[in-house]
Design a protein around this ligand. Structure first.
Ligand code: AMP
Ligand code: MG
Length: 189
């Protein structure tokens, strides 16, 4: 399970990790939790992934569970799940990986992707395809703290190893190798 606040560069990291893992012959894949939720949300006429977090909490929880069930059926030797420890909703932070979700997943590792708040802000500004919520640098730092805290407690609760990856600008390759190494995958230098 890979989490990180929007703009830490999770998707780029995971795309590259999948590519490298496949080069070693591993059946690796990445699934974006939000995409699976959106497929379910489309049945309600929601067509924008950035509208999901504005839905009533009960509806978000329902979609969240449906997504967990669908994802648990996927088959791969190495499956990265790109998701969030928290989703910022108008009604507070909704946990992305509560008990009922974790119970449906066969998670082996928890990964937190972090980056410098300034770099997160810059990535968000460049990503014009998304309806990101406004944030200050302080808020970004706080959200990252909340994410880390949530994953620490989830790691303890579930007994799953926690991997913290620093995704610095221009050092994607390094972050990627760090991640694969923690998963015991040997990739070519
Ligand atoms: P993303 O493309 O990763 O930004 O995900 C799009 C949206 O999917 C997020 O803004 C959330 O509304 C929703 N989402 C993703 N993962 C979760 C999760 N684990 N629990 C609840 N909502 C989620
Ligand atoms: Mg993403």
């Amino acid at each position: 399970m890979v989490v990180g606040i929007p703009g830490v560069g999770k998707s780029s990291l995971l795309n590259r990790a999948v590519e490298l893992a496949r080069q070693t012959g591993i059946r690796a894949d990445c699934v974006i939790y939000g995409t699976v939720m959106l497929e379910e949300a489309r049945k309600l006429g929601i067509n924008d992934r950035d509208q999901i977090r504005k839905l009533p909490l009960e509806e978000q929880r329902r979609l969240q569970l449906l997504a967990a069930e669908r994802i648990s059926l996927l088959d791969a030797s190495l499956l990265f799940i790109d998701t969030h420890a928290f989703v910022r909703t108008p009604n507070g932070y909704l946990p992305g990986l509560p008990g009922p979700v974790m119970e449906r997943m066969k998670a082996t590792h928890l990964v937190v992707v972090e980056a410098r708040p300034r770099e997160v802000m810059e990535r968000r500004a460049r990503d014009t395809g998304r309806a990101r919520d406004e944030s200050t640098e302080e808020q970004v730092a706080r959200e990252m703290e909340i994410t880390r805290a949530a994953m620490i407690s989830l790691s303890v609760e579930r007994g799953l190893p926690l991997i913290i990856i620093e995704n610095q600008h221009g050092k994607l390759e390094e972050a990627c190798r760090q991640l694969l190494k923690a998963l015991d995958l040997k990739v070519e230098a």
